[in-house]
Design a binder for this molecule. Structure first.
Ligand SMILES: NC(=O)c1ccc[n+]([C@@H]2O[C@H](COP(=O)([O-])OP(=O)(O)OC[C@H]3O[C@@H](n4cnc5c(N)ncnc54)[C@H](O)[C@@H]3O)[C@@H](O)[C@H]2O)c1
Ligand SMILES: O=P(O)(O)OC[C@H](O)CO
Length: 329
C-alpha cells in the first residue's frame, strides 16, 4: 500500500488500460476506468474480469469502470491515456472538457500519428492544452502485467521531478518504474519497436531462420538509433527499457500482436481481423520521416513496402542483402 493514495483515471478499456488499472488498484489508489464498450465495463464491475481483452485473468479489487468519462475523470490526479495511438486525438478530444486542470497526463500508447507525423505526446498536448504530458513505455505485455508478473518500464517527462513522482506513485511490488526526462527517446523506442517486430515476425513466418532474425533485429535497432538521434533522443534511452528492452521483447514473442501480425504476413495468412498491431500505421509514417530527413532505414522502408503489397517478403530479403556493402554503423 502507498503512503500517498490518489485518484487514477484510466482512459481505454482494452488490454493495456485494464492491466494498468489493475496495477494502480493493487497500489492502493482509487481507480476509475473509462471504456466505450458497455460489455467490458459490466464485466469489470460485476466479475472483476475483462474477458474480451484479458481472457482468464482476475483483475484487482476496486476498479470502477464506466462509459461516462465525466465520472471517471472527476477529481483525477493522474490520467493514464491508453487508447490506441491512431485513435488518441479523437478519443481525447471528445472528453477533454472533463479532464481536471491539475491532472498529470501519462501517455501509455506507442506510435506516431499517421496523418501528421506527430509523436503521440504532441497529439495529447494538442488535445489537452495546458497539461503536463508524460509517457509510460517499456517491455510490458498487458497479460503479464495484469497477472502481476515482474515488469519494469520507464516513465518519461520533460520535467524529471514529474517523472520521479509518477514513478513513485505507479510502481508496485511487481511493477518497477524508472524515470527519465528524455520524453522523445522513450516514445520513439516504443513506436519503432512495433515496426521492427513486424519485420521480425515476417522473417519467422517465412521460415528465414534464427540467424536472419538476429541480423534483422540488430540492423533494425541501428535504424531505431539513427532515427532517435535525428529526433534529439539520448543514446542511453535507446539502450534502455523503452528502446532495446522493448525491442527484445516484441521481436521474440508471439505474445506480441505486432510480431504475430508479421508472422501472418510472412506466412501468407489472412490479416483481416487480427488484433491491434500499432506498427502497421507507424511504419509508413516512420518511412516518410526517414525519407524527408535523409535517414538510412532500409528495414523500415521494406516493412512499409511489404505492408502496402509493393514487395513480397522474398523480394524484400533479396533487396536488403544485395545493397552495396558498408561498414557496420
Ligand atoms: N496490450 C499490451 O500489451 C500493451 C502494452 C504496452 C503498451 N500498449 C499500447 O497501448 C495502446 C492500447 O493498446 P491495447 O493493448 O489496450 O489495445 P486493445 O485493442 O486491447 O484496446 C484498445 C481499446 O481502445 C478502445 N478505443 C479505440 N478507439 C477508441 C476511441 N476512439 N474512443 C474510445 N475508446 C477507443 C477500444 O474500444 C479498446 O477498448 C497501444 O498503443 C499499445 O501499443 C499495449
Ligand atoms: O502486443 P504488442 O506488439 O502491441 O506489444 C505490446 C507491448 O508494447 C510490449 O511492450
Amino acid at each position: 500500500m502507498k503512503d500517498e493514495r490518489v485518484k487514477v483515471a484510466v482512459l481505454g478499456g482494452g488490454a493495456w488500460g485494464t492491466a494498468l488499472a489493475t496495477v494502480a488498484a493493487r497500489g492502493g489508489h482509487h481507480v476509475a476506468l473509462y471504456a466505450r464498450d458497455a460489455e467490458s465495463v459490466n464485466d469489470i464491475n460485476l466479475n472483476k474480469r475483462n474477458e474480451r481483452y484479458l481472457p482468464d485473468i482476475s483483475l484487482a479489487d476496486g476498479i470502477q469502470a464506466s462509459t461516462n468519462p465525466a465520472d471517471v475523470l472527476k477529481d483525477a490526479a493522474i490520467v493514464l491515456a491508453a487508447f490506441p495511438a491512431q485513435a488518441m486525438r479523437d478519443a481525447l478530444g471528445g472528453i477533454a472538457s472533463h479532464v481536471p486542470p491539475s491532472a498529470s497526463i501519462v501517455l501509455c500508447a506507442k506510435g506516431i500519428e499517421r496523418s501528421t507525423g506527430r509523436l503521440i505526446s504532441e497529439v495529447v498536448a494538442e488535445a489537452l492544452p495546458g497539461h503536463a504530458v508524460s509517457a509510460l513505455s517499456g517491455p510490458s505485455f498487458a497479460t503479464d502485467v495484469a497477472r502481476g508478473l515482474p515488469t519494469a518500464v520507464t516513465i518519461a517527462s520533460t520535467e524529471l521531478e514529474t517523472a520521479d513522482r509518477l514513478a513513485l506513485l505507479l510502481s508496485g511490488p511487481a511493477f518497477r518504474c524508472y524515470s527519465t526526462d528524455d520524453l522523445v527517446g522513450v516514445e520513439i523506442g516504443g513506436a519503432l519497436k512495433n515496426v521492427l517486430a513486424l519485420a521480425a515476425g515476417a522473417a519467422t513466418g517465412r521460415g528465414l531462420g534464427a540467424s536472419a532474425l538476429a541480423a534483422l533485429v540488430t540492423r533494425g535497432f541501428a535504424e531505431l538509433r539513427r532515427i532517435a538521434q535525428a529526433l534529439g533522443a539520448r543514446p542511453e534511452t535507446v539502450m534502455g527499457l523503452s528502446g532495446l528492452g522493448d525491442l527484445m521483447l516484441t521481436c521474440s514473442s508471439p505474445q506480441s500482436r505486432n510480431y504475430s501480425y508479421g508472422m501472418a504476413l510472412g506466412a501468407g495468412k489472412p490479416l483481416e481481423g487480427l488484433p491491434l498491431a500499432e506498427g502497421v500505421a507507424t511504419a509508413p509514417i516512420a518511412a516518410e520521416i526517414c525519407a524527408k530527413r535523409g535517414i538510412d532505414a532500409p528495414i523500415i522502408m521494406a516493412v512499409t513496402a511489404l505492408l502496402a503489397r509493393h514487395l513480397t517478403i522474398d523480394e524484400a530479403v533479396t533487396a536488403l542483402l544485395n545493397r552495396p556493402l558498408k561498414t557496420e554503423d
